[in-house]
Design a protein around this ligand. Structure first.
Ligand code: 5GP
Ligand code: MN
Length: 345
């Protein structure tokens, strides 16, 4: 049995809104990852099974590695089909906002989303949600929105409506947001959920292979190149990875190709946190990961215009790559104060 964590009043609110809604849209954050796409598809498949068709609108395209998920081809990326996506949002009477906590996380779609007159339900696991939805189901202690969607569906008495397709999508989100259950994964309830998903007939080994083991040669080379130039700051227990726009071009980079790269330095025993700077057309994208209770979200909030979770956070810098590297170096001393915590001894 799962411990109930979602408030009964929120369950009732979702149930009532679902009952009175006919045009449902599900949306998630920009650069959607396994959890954003997995939770969206898991919810849409289950709603379809109770006769409620829901369209998924993502701010931009989903990565290649997630296209195998059932229903992925029906997702509408706002960046490509802006008019159609805007119409879906405008016409909706209910919008689920999954795996993000603030309007700016949907990037250029934020106006269309905030102007939509539909009732909105947030289901998310990021800290400090902004006030832009009618119902807020926010549980930062949960390691993925997908696990939270499973809990929500169970509480709505829809467990039996979660079919194999929905289960595969929910599992994918749980797996990707915990690095295949290697961080944020000590909650025993996670394994209760996984057992139920496996009983629904998913092939978890196959999902792992499809999501994690489908890299192209140029992608492995790009990641290897970045690691070969990694800088370690021993006294600060930090590692830095950097890829310039030219590096990306040389290896025919496509979005998603550096997924997971920022985790690599954590394999080194004495590295407690890792920062990856990637030069984009618009800005420098920052991605950070850490071990134990070292809070990388604090660096991202304070220095990198972002946020996230204790062990996985990110942000963006509107400057040159060299300036971003300098900013990172200036954070090192500030971050030392967190090294004194118990986990770093
Ligand atoms: P990733 O490193 O995989 O891009 O992001 C890891 C986590 O950091 C995300 O799940 C999200 O919580 C957070 N994150 C990444 N980029 C940003 C950003 O630009 N702003 C904020 N607030 N959070 C971010
Ligand atoms: Mn997530």
């Amino acid at each position: 049995m799962l411990r109930p964590i979602i408030a009964e009043s929120d369950i009732k609110a979702v149930r009532d809104l679902l009952e009175e809604s006919e045009r449902i849209v599900i949306t998630c954050h920009m650069a959607p990852d396994g959890d954003a796409v997995g939770s969206s598809l898991g919810l849409s498949h289950t709603l379809a099974n109770i006769g409620k068709e829901a369209r998924i609108v993502t701010p931009d395209r989903i990565p290649e590695t997630l296209r195998f998920l059932p229903g992925a081809k029906d997702i509408v990326p706002y960046s490509k089909y802006t008019d159609f996506a805007t119409k879906l949002l405008e016409d909706a009477d209910l919008i689920f906002c999954l795996d993000f906590n603030a309007l700016y996380r949907v990037d250029r779609m934020s106006d269309a989303l905030s102007c939509a007159s539909a009732k909105k339900i947030l289901v998310d696991h990021h800290e400090s949600p902004q006030d832009f939805t009618d119902v807020v189901i926010s549980h930062p202690d949960q390691s993925s929105t997908s696990a939270l969607i499973f809990r929500l569906l169970c509480r709505l008495e829809l467990f039996n409506m979660i079919d194999r397709k929905a289960a595969a999508c929910i599992y994918t989100g749980m797996m990707t947001d915990t690095g295949n259950f290697s961080y944020n994964s000590n909650d025993p309830d996670l394994y209760t959920i996984i057992a139920e998903l496996v009983r629904k007939g998913i092939n978890k080994d196959d999902i792992y292979k499809r999501v994690m083991n489908t890299k192209k040669a140029n992608v492995l080379k790009l990641n290897g190149y970045a690691v070969s130039r990694m800088e370690i700051f021993e006294e600060h227990k930090a590692a830095l990875l950097v890829l310039s726009a030219d590096d990306l071009k040389n290896f025919n980079y496509e979005r998603g190709d550096t997924e997971g790269l920022v985790n690599e330095p954590l394999a080194i025993e004495d590295v407690i946190y890792s920062v990856f700077l990637r030069e984009d057309d618009r800005h420098i994208k920052v991605s950070t990961r850490s071990k134990g209770d070292f809070p990388v979200n604090r660096i991202c909030e304070r220095y990198f215009n972002g946020g996230g979770h204790v062990n996985a956070a990110g942000g963006e810098l509107p400057c040159s790559l060299d300036e971003a590297i300098d900013i990172f170096k200036s954070t090192l001393t500030f971050m030392d104060e967190y090294l004194k915590e118990k986990n770093q001894r």
